[in-house]
Design a protein around this ligand. Sequence first.
Ligand code: TMP
Length: 214
Amino acid sequence: MSRGRFITFEGGEGGGKSTQVRRLTERLQAAGRTVVATREPGGSPGAEAIRDLLVTGETDRWSPLTETLLMYAARRDHIERVIAPALARGDWVVCDRFADSTRAYQGAGGGAPASLIAALEHEMLGDTRPDLTLILDLPAEVGLARAEGRGASAETRFESKGAAFHQRLREGFLAIAAAEPDRCVVIDAAQPLEGVSAAIWTAVAERLAAEPAR
Ligand code: TMP
């Protein structure tokens, strides 16, 4: 049994990631793939409990360093219990956010040292690294306005971090894409939904041969 494929979605707030995760999952299933759709922080019972600590409450509830450690505690549980077993079974995994969010939010946005984040990636991810990362990019203020328009949610801790933070993390994601062009594809998330879905499918089909073998 060959290892499954691991696709991650990344980007700032309000880029439409959850809709696109759902659409891509359905399309891969229609092409005959077995797909595990999941998210971070969260995706396993333990990691979902840690998520509650991270995404609710006061903006300054945790420092960027503490956030980094909590994100990695959640991520390690998610990998051990969900992602690695699925890939070992040969399933495809589609994950709404993963390690690049820590680089962008806690690193570029929050100022956590890149050396710490790199060390955690090395020790905690092992070979569980994405084959393809789709970065849904749009101007920070457009994304924040969309996210605020989603209505009542307690999960606003990161949305409240201010415009300069969100600008830094957009630049952080674009820097990751520039540094790792083989893994990352930047998708214009300001265009209509159908265009975003089409660009994603093109990237997945070209890079991972998503259609079933004939
Ligand atoms: P979501 O809104 O996409 O579900 O993600 C929850 C929040 O968690 C979002 O504001 C981004 C943030 N986050 C980080 O700051 N670092 C991380 O490593 C991850 C996975 C998410």
